[in-house]
Design a protein around this ligand. Structure first.
Ligand SMILES: [Mg+2]
Length: 123
């Protein structure tokens, strides 16, 4: 069964890179894209996802707010949420974890680093 993955980023190029990495890793995934947190949340509500990969800085609704909203809908953390962001300071990582993110991937990332973070969830 393929895993349903929601990729949320305001950069179409970044979404492309994330999706390319997912495919290059050989993960069996069906990808849905959203271009900000608001659209991400709408698509999350409308779908059944195994994993959300989200940027932090986005217009309309940022990734941190979206994660908090997702966890209101999914308090038992059935859906894995990974933040992919340049916001890599210890404080930011802590904020993301407190908001309900499972893991954190710093941008820019290498294919190996990407695979390492995602293998547990999608492998
Ligand atoms: Mg962004």
């Amino acid at each position: 069964m393929p895993k349903n993955v929601l990729v949320v980023d305001d950069s179409a190029m970044m979404r492309k890179i994330v999706i390319k990495n997912l495919k290059d890793c050989g993960f069996d995934v069906v990808v849905t894209e959203a271009n900000d947190g608001l659209e991400g949340l709408e698509k999350f509500k409308a779908g059944a996802f195994d994993c959300v990969l989200s940027d932090w800085n986005m217009p309309n609704m940022d990734g941190l707010t979206m994660v908090k909203e997702i966890r209101k809908l999914d308090p038992t953390k059935k859906v894995a949420v990974i933040m992919i962001t340049t916001e890599g300071s210890a404080d930011k990582v802590k904020d993301a974890v407190l908001a309900g993110a499972n893991n954190y991937l710093a941008k820019p990332f290498t294919p190996d680093r990407f695979k390492e973070k995602l293998a547990k969830i999608l492998g």
